[in-house]
Design a protein around this ligand. Sequence first.
Ligand SMILES: [Zn+2]
Length: 97
Amino acid sequence: MLAVYCDTLDALGHAGGDAHPDIPAALEMIDAQLGRIVEATQDAGIYGRTAFVVMGDHGMTTFDKGFADEALHPGPRPHRVAAAGRVTAARAVGTEP
Ligand SMILES: [Zn+2]
């Protein structure tokens, strides 16, 4: 098993949104690197018995409304989590609940 992580596209998207001007070049670079991996399996004679799984941690679409505020911070409207008797809180990485 070979696992490869490429954070370039994710970092660009977080830095400048889905319209970041460097995204097309990053996609071409990632595509070329994936091609190198495929070619390596062909050269090694294992292409026919190799599964390629390519995935991302999330999509990258610019939006101006999310659900976090509504889900985590009950407002004046009835709130499903609060209505269920649960307490919500936002947690940051590295903090204890
Ligand atoms: Zn991300």
